[in-house]
Design a protein around this ligand. Structure first.
Ligand SMILES: [Zn+2]
Length: 58
């Protein structure tokens, strides 16, 4: 999931990074990770609910 122009450092695009149960927001352009990123990501994912995950390579 992409958040266009949401980075408060460089106004770049951010995406939700998921690692197991951990979620974070990461800027594509500068790699910035806001402190409240996990909370925002959590909220976004809950709202979006259906995010088809790319099937794992078998
Ligand atoms: Zn950035």
């Amino acid at each position: 999931m992409l958040l266009m122009k949401c980075c408060n450092r460089c106004k770049g695009d951010m995406f939700v990074e998921e690692e197991g149960t951990q979620k974070a927001l990461v800027c594509l352009q500068c790699g910035h990770r806001p402190v409240n990123g996990p909370a925002i990501a959590e909220k976004l994912l809950r709202r979006a609910k259906v995010i088809p995950r790319v099937a794992r390579a078998a």
